[in-house]
Each structure stands twice: as structure tokens, then as C-alpha cells.
Ligand binder design. Structure first.
Ligand code: ADP
Ligand code: NI
Length: 224
């Protein structure tokens, strides 16, 4: 990475603090920073040839214009990202790759798969998914659920395997259902070997957590 690129990443970080101001949705600057850290670790461990500038930029910017809180079109989203990068120009080709990563990254329902074309995209997607897992993932799930008025759990409301993005978006389930509708599915959808190994550890922790949750629901504790 060049000095200029490093400087630009620092400028983007500063500007993003204003953009990513939806902490209740699990999308704040700290999420972007964690995804960046995880993406760098995966890239180092995978030992693949990787454009680190594109990777870190995509990790930082991946949630700008997320469908959950941005109502504009795909074109508006591109403009927004361009304005965050300005006045530092970015080569047209790299900008296209960046937008392609950002457009394909988010989870759109259990039955919906979107191909990620670049190695940088595959790594950033793994990093984003990892931040939805484990202790942080559990906290984000309950935090987001609370912000949209969802119950923690309701044994009468069953999880749904969503066949389309529109069905996933309209979903009115509980926080615990989200584990079955997304979180527990992620370990088998990781793009990289390193990402998968990291996901398995976080997955095991979530299973343990759910076991305890159901015990406590019945008034028991973890030792019974
Ligand atoms: P990401 O940043 O990983 O793309 P999302 O944009 O899908 O994640 O959502 C942000 C956070 O909120 C994630 O931790 C995700 O698992 C959680 N989340 C998303 N949809 C729901 C939902 N319907 N119920 C509970 N938590 C959710
Ligand atoms: Ni994200």
C-alpha cells in the first residue's frame, strides 16, 4: 500500500464516523473497524495475492447505504461512496470493484446466494459475517432486535428459511429466531478456509449460549 493510500484510509475513517451513526442497527464505526481488523487477519493467514487498499476500503465502507437505513437507489449509494472518497480520486477500475463488493456483501435471506467475484470481496464478506457471530454477534442480534421492537424469544413463533430477499426484509420474528434464520447458517457459507475456522469457534459459542438460554427459560441454570 502506498503512503497516499494509507492517508486516504485515515481520511475515510474520519468521515465515516458521521456516516455510520446507526449504533442501534449494529452498524457503527466500531463494526466497520472490527470488520477491517478481521479482514486483514484473514488476508494475512490466507497468503493470497490481495489488494490491501481495496480490502481495507471495502471493509470500512461496506455498510454505507445499507438497505436497513438507506432509502436511496443503488446509484445514490455509489454517489455517496464517491463523495466520501472525494477529493482523493480512485481509479475507475478499483472503484467499480469496490462498489461490486459493497453491493453483494449483505445477507439477503437463507435461500438467497449472491456470488462474490473478487478475493478481496470474499475476505471482507467473511469478516463481516464473523462480526455477526460469537459474543459480539449475539450482542448485535439482541441490540438490533430491541431497536426494531422484537421480542427476545417466543416459543410459539417458529424460524423461517426465507426464500427471497423481500421475504427476509419483511420478517417479523424474534431475536432468537434470527440465530436460525441467519447466524447459525453462516459457518457453512464462509468463502475462505481461515474464515471458516474462525466461524466454527464463534458458532460453537453461540450453540452453547442457546443451550443455556433454553435452560434458563425453564427456570433452570447451566449446571442442571
Ligand atoms: P452485517 O453488518 O453483518 O451485514 P446485517 O446488516 O444483516 O449484518 O445486520 C446487522 C446486525 O444485526 C447483525 O449482527 C445481524 O445479525 C443483526 N440482524 C440483522 N437482521 C436481524 C433480525 N431480523 N433480527 C435480529 N438481528 C438482526
Ligand atoms: Ni456489516
Amino acid at each position: 500500500m502506498t503512503d497516499r493510500e494509507r492517508k486516504m484510509l485515515a481520511v475515510v475513517e474520519k468521515r465515516l464516523e458521521k456516516e455510520l451513526n446507526n449504533p442501534e442497527s449494529g452498524h457503527d464505526m466500531f463494526h466497520a473497524e472490527r470488520v477491517r481488523k478481521i479482514a486483514v487477519i484473514i488476508a494475512q493467514r490466507e497468503k493470497v495475492k490481495c489488494d490491501m487498499y481495496l480490502l481495507e476500503l471495502a471493509a470500512l465502507l461496506h455498510d454505507v447505504g445499507d438497505w436497513k437505513f438507506f432509502k436511496g437507489s443503488k446509484k445514490d449509494r455509489g454517489e455517496k461512496i464517491k463523495s466520501i472518497l472525494a477529493p482523493y480520486s480512485i481509479e475507475e477500475n478499483r472503484f467499480k470493484l469496490l462498489l461490486a463488493i459493497i453491493d453483494s456483501i449483505s445477507f439477503k435471506g437463507a435461500g438467497v446466494r449472491v456470488a462474490m467475484e473478487t478475493v478481496e470481496g470474499r475476505i471482507v464478506q467473511d469478516a463481516d459475517r464473523l462480526d455477526a457471530l460469537g459474543a459480539i454477534g449475539i450482542a448485535r442480534c439482541f441490540g438490533y432486535s430491541g431497536s426494531i421492537g422484537r421480542a427476545l424469544y417466543n416459543p410459539n413463533v417458529k424460524p423461517i428459511i426465507h426464500a427471497s430477499f423481500s421475504a427476509y426484509k419483511k420478517n417479523k420474528g424474534t431475536a432468537v429466531n434470527h440465530f436460525y434464520e441467519k447466524l447459525l447458517l453462516l459457518k457453512d457459507r464462509m468463502n475462505t478456509k481461515t474464515g471458516r475456522a474462525m466461524a466454527v469457534k464463534r458458532h460453537v459459542f453461540m450453540e452453547e449460549y442457546l443451550k443455556r438460554f433454553y435452560k434458563e427459560w425453564e427456570g433452570k441454570d447451566g449446571t442442571e
